[in-house]
Design a protein around this ligand. Structure first.
Ligand code: GLA
Length: 399
């Protein structure tokens, strides 16, 4: 996050209210190193928080109303606290009753008031003004939505004295995303945004929500992670994401398993006999991806970051061929990065657009950037936006 983002949120708050905010909270976007579409299958993921953050400047009001104002929308949205239960949940298949961006912070307020252990009190009855600024690219697969949820949830948790821990706040964010925004996502992004630590990725078991920090040692090995944003926007509240999720549930049911977490690589020959080709390939992606996460964690610990390249490449191939969530721009980014010497590369996030990552030598940043940019131009794609990221801190109070 730049100080500018923090300043922008505080300045907007002051414009809106005529006084300074009570506090400023922020939460990061994330890159997923490996483990895609495994989270809602009770599986494993290995994301890390990135330096890009969303900032919420917040202060209390005494009229039981909530007003949210982001720098990226023209008009603030204001509702009474008591209206939140009428606004949410958003009926399945319909758009939220507020502008979609406002469903994130207002959905968090709604979900937090319902969370286990949060009793109605004078604190949770106080209204709020919330000004939001962000430097997490939107629609790039870097979890700009989890960053809004994390910043808002952290602020409300403090100002409403709700006392929830980070995992509970991640659940609040996910509930907002699923039920207020209407995107049927898993919990990886919210956990990464809440639990991120500098120098580490988060090895998360999405069934138990046990999170272990894994030292990735990328900079120490002389390496860097390059994000290649295709600028093809995606949304998970519509279309392909939900269809993939339904295919996974179908596959688990055919295998008599509670979720695909309970299906192993050794079960795949039987799965192939029992399922149609498409369902089988969706299942094979998730089952092999879970194994790749476990392998990546082991290889990182035993051999270091230089040794995980093949796992990243295999993950991308599985998403391209079996899960079918890649797009030509993502494939081009991955192929051009590898051809320019990247150790490994894969699309990251939910797919259908967004960004790919490449693990590269630190000294090769310009070379790989130029090669990917040239490959996009040769294919007639819009220029990608390419930058490096480092493992960064999770949600916290800034001021
Ligand atoms: C999106 C969702 C996550 C996860 C990824 C795919 O980012 O928000 O829950 O399912 O896609 O791994």
């Amino acid at each position: 996050m730049t100080t500018t983002t923090q300043d922008a949120a505080s300045a907007l708050f002051t414009d809106l209210t005529g006084h300074a905010p009570e506090g400023v909270w922020s939460a990061p976007g994330r890159v997923n190193l490996i483990g895609e579409h495994t989270d809602y299958n009770d599986g494993f993921v290995l994301p890390f928080a990135i330096p890009h953050r969303t900032v919420a400047a917040v202060g209390p009001r005494d009229d039981r109303r909530i007003r949210v104002a982001p720098t990226f929308a023209d008009e603030p949205v204001e509702v009474a606290l008591d209206e939140l239960d009428e606004l949410f949940p958003t009926p399945t298949g319909t758009a939220p009753r507020v502008p979609e961006w406002a469903a994130y912070p207002l959905g968090v307020a709604w979900a937090l008031r319902q969370a286990d252990g949060v009793a109605p009190s004078a604190a949770t009855g106080s209204g709020l003004d919330i000004a939001i600024a962000s430097d997490v690219p939107v629609g790039a697969g870097l979890s700009s939505s989890a960053a809004i949820e994390g910043a808002t949830a952290s602020a409300l948790n403090d100002l409403w004295a709700a006392g929830l821990d980070r995992t509970a706040l991640a659940r609040v964010g996910r509930k907002a995303e699923n039920e207020a925004v209407g995107a049927p996502t898993g919990i990886m992004d919210q956990m990464a945004s809440m639990l991120g630590e500098p120098d580490a990725a988060i090895f998360l078991d999405c069934r138990s929500l046990d999170a272990n920090l894994v030292q990735v040692g990328i900079a120490e090995a002389g390496l860097a992670i390059l994000v290649m944003d295709t600028r093809v926007k995606h949304a998970h509240s519509t279309g392909g994401y939900g269809e993939r999720r339904a295919a996974c549930e179908r596959g688990a049911a055919i295998m008599g398993a509670e979720s695909l977490r309970d299906v192993s690589v050794d079960d795949l020959p039987r799965a192939e006999e029992l399922m149609d080709d498409v369902t089988f390939r969706r299942v094979r992606h998730v089952v092999t991806e879970n194994q790749r996460v476990l392998d990546t964690v082991r290889v990182l610990r035993d051999e270091g970051a230089r040794a995980i390249g093949d796992l990243l490449v295999a993950s991308h191939a599985s998403m391209r061929d079996d899960f079918e969530i890649s797009i030509p721009e993502l494939d081009t980014a991955v192929e051009a990065a590898l051809a320019a010497g990247a150790i490994g590369a894969r699309m990251t996030g939910g797919g259908f657009g967004g960004a790919a990552i490449a693990l590269i030598e630190q000294h090769a940043v310009q070379q790989v950037t130029d090669a990917v940019t040239a490959a996009f131009a040769a294919s007639g794609f819009a220029d990608p936006v390419i930058f490096t990221v480092t493992t960064s801190a999770g949600a916290h109070r800034d001021a």
